[in-house]
Ligand binder design. Structure first.
Ligand code: HEC
Ligand code: HEC
Ligand code: HEC
Length: 129
């Protein structure tokens, strides 16, 4: 009798602890790195990145230059994909009305932080020797 009761108690405790661990495991990491997840989440539906690059290669920037806005940064190695939210406002999910998607106005992110500071995509050497 006593043995069975202890067994039952042990099982119940185990279930409780496992349940708590599961809740902690699901919620904690997501909050810790929202940014990282966002990029991967977008690409889960809009990837692969190289496909997106191909699809948008006819984009015309405000400067008149035709280029895909979807670059690797730095450009030299095809590795670092910038956060989509540097330019995009996330849309609701699931998306029922495509007309509600706010599209980026231009390539603001590319013009920031001392990069394409003349708001065009000319090679730096054309002006800087
Ligand atoms: C669960 C899947 C899903 C996720 C996650 C998602 N999208 Fe979308 N998105 C869609 C669907 C479906 C459409 C409308 C259908 C289409 O692409 O033609 C759409 C449309 C768009 C459009 C408009 C496309 C056009 O042709 O006008 C943009 C821009 C876009 N999403 C960007 C993003 C960005 C940036 C993120 C992440 C912050 C994101 N999406 C996350 C599914 C998703
Ligand atoms: C440097 C700014 C920038 C970044 C970063 C960026 N985008 Fe875009 N994206 C744009 C611009 C600009 C357009 C074209 C908008 C238009 O058609 O007017 C676009 C268009 C799109 C479209 C619509 C494509 C179509 O068929 O017309 C999708 C989907 C999209 N982006 C997804 C993403 C995802 C996913 C990421 C992150 C991996 C991302 N973008 C990162 C600037 C950016
Ligand atoms: C259309 C011409 C043009 C292009 C293209 C250009 N620049 Fe410049 N840049 C200038 C001029 C003019 C100045 C000096 C005036 C100023 O400070 O804004 C300058 C200044 C700078 C400075 C500050 C230098 C200092 O001594 O203070 C940096 C850094 C710089 N550019 C980086 C870049 C990079 C990186 C690129 C390429 C991604 C680039 N520039 C493309 C014209 C250009």
């Amino acid at each position: 009798m006593g043995k069975r009761f202890i067994l039952l108690l042990t099982l119940l405790t185990l279930v409780l602890v496992l349940g708590m661990l599961a809740v902690a495991g699901i919620s904690a990491p997501q909050e810790a790195k929202t940014d990282k997840i966002a990029k991967e989440k977008c690409l889960g539906c809009h990837g692969a990145y190289d496909k997106l690059r191909e699809k948008t290669k006819g984009y015309k920037a405000a400067s008149g230059e035709t280029v895909t806005p979807h670059q690797y940064v730095p450009h030299a190695d095809a590795q670092d994909i910038p956060e989509c939210t540097e330019c995009h406002t996330p849309h609701v999910i699931p998306l029922t009305d495509k007309s509600t998607v706010v599209k980026p106005k231009d390539l603001g992110f590319c013009f920031q932080s001392g990069c394409h500071h003349m708001q065009n995509l000319q090679n730096c050497h054309t002006c800087h020797g």
